[in-house]
Design a protein around this ligand. Structure first.
Ligand code: ZN
Length: 446
């Protein structure tokens, strides 16, 4: 039975005590960061061979980190370092102090392993409590957690954070869509956590089952684990009546809870007292000024079992200290719409899937379900986009369909500079994903 009073319009609760750190005066925040950075670098140097060797090679000692700017003297860490040290090579704590492992699935090579001490787990939980609090989630909320439970950090990260906040958690994990919808409706769920593409799938399936999301008490979606655009946010909010927020995180750093938006939806605030962010030029490695787009680099400031020094995330963003209306002093990153890994090179032109998503969702009549297919014919790259369109458009005249197809082709070409072969397909014909969406099929790599 839906809970009384649980409506989409519940006013935000008073500030959660855990959020106090979000509002630290900048000078104090920088002091906290420096103290923690120095301790992290010392620990990494003393206990992890890879960090010691790299710092020695650069001729930099932990004691030489005297100011935050000295972080630039430290070597980078990349994903391959985690693979090469599989499974325990980057641990800075003995096994007796480790209480949890997570790992990537390893479908594309050697998996990466991350480890946590009890203190690490508690710190992570605290970051998640602050994340939920930042979105106005509170005691009395019912949180449906549709992130996968298991080796992936999503499930347990969201789970313990929501519980510690005092909300009631429904640990559904991924998949089982019809059951997810029944629970959303029957329990009067107010907050959902999943990938944005899976939420779209839930809305669609709900329609088929006669469940309108706009009529449910559900008011907040915490979406992450895949890049998504502002246009996608617009579509999600319009079709469900909820507010959709961006959560950023990655297993190598901690899991979800590295950065999260506030109620103003102007890009995630980084929990800077726990994670030190930099944006670099991915070619030269030079640190870029604020408000300049580049690759996000993160250094953990609290992690004990597996400190990460200047980890190159491959996520493309910009850092800003422009004040936010919420009053948080934490700097924000621009919403991450793309990863440098996602870049497609089509006949020598760089194209990001997010550019295509943003362009096609601006065209009326399209649905937020699409697939990008890259292939090669006679040594030339080809780019095709299959996009679902509304039933109204699909049943319309051939002329109207042709016009829409031309509009989409033009919209994408004007942003990417590349000609795409657009194919319109009926609603609910493209494969749905219950986890991260497989939006790009690059047949050149098959
Ligand atoms: Zn804010």
């Amino acid at each position: 039975m839906p809970r009384a009073g649980a409506t989409k319009n519940t006013p935000p609760p008073p500030m959660h005590p855990a959020s106090a750190m979000d509002f630290l005066p900048p000078a104090e925040l920088r002091e906290v960061q420096l103290t923690r950075l120095q301790a992290t670098v010392q620990r990494a140097y003393d206990r992890v061979a890879l960090y010691r060797e790299r710092m020695d090679a650069r001729g930099v000692k932990p004691a030489e980190v005297r100011a935050l700017a000295d972080v630039e003297r430290l070597p980078f860490t990349v994903k391959n370092d985690l693979r090469d040290s599989y499974p325990f090579g980057l641990f800075a704590s003995p096994l007796e102090e480790i209480v949890r492992f997570h790992a990537s699935s390893g479908t594309t090579g050697t998996p990466i392993v991350v480890a946590y001490t009890q203190q690490d787990v508690d710190d992570w939980t605290q970051a998640m409590v602050r994340s939920f609090a930042s979105l106005g989630v509170h005691r009395g909320d019912i949180v449906q957690n549709a992130y996968g439970y298991g080796l992936f950090t999503g499930g347990l990260g969201f789970h313990y954070g929501a519980e510690a906040l005092g909300a009631a958690v429904l640990p559904v994990s991924g998949s089982n869509t019809d059951r997810q919808i029944a629970l959303l409706r029957d329990f009067g769920v107010t907050v959902i956590c999943c990938t944005p593409s899976y939420f779209l799938h839930l809305i669609d399936r709900g329609k088929e089952l006669g469940v309108s999301f706009a009529d449910l008490p559900l008011r907040t979606g915490v979406f992450g684990a895949e890049p998504w655009t502002e246009e996608m946010r617009g579509r999600i909010e319009a079709s469900s009546g909820i507010k959709a927020y961006d959560m950023y995180g990655l297993s190598e750093i901690v899991g979800p809870g590295v950065a999260v938006e506030c109620l103003h939806q102007v890009g995630p605030h980084v929990f800077e007292d726990m994670f030190y962010p930099e944006v670099i030029d991915p070619e030269t490695g030079a640190v870029l000024p604020e408000n300049t787009e580049g690759e996000l680099v993160l250094t953990t400031l609290c992690k004990r079992a597996m400190p990460m020094i200047r980890y190159r995330t491959r996520d493309v963003t910009a850092l800003t200290s422009t004040p936010c209306a919420c009053g948080r002093t934490l700097r924000r990153i621009a919403r991450i719409g793309r990863r440098s890994d996602d870049m497609l090179i089509i006949r020598g032109v760089n194209v990001f899937p997010s550019q295509i998503e943003a362009a096609l969702l601006k065209v009326e009549g399209t649905l937020p379900h699409y697939q990008i297919i890259v292939d090669r014919e006679k040594d030339l790259d080809t780019l095709a986009v299959h996009v679902e369109v509304t039933p109204e458009v699909f049943s319309d005249t051939v002329g109207a369909m042709e016009q829409l197809r031309a509009d989409i082709t033009h919209a994408i070409a004007s942003v990417t500079g590349v000609h795409v072969e657009v194919r319109l397909v009926g609603a609910r014909t493209l494969q749905r994903s219950e986890g991260k969406a497989a939006r790009v099929i690059d047949k050149r790599k098959l």
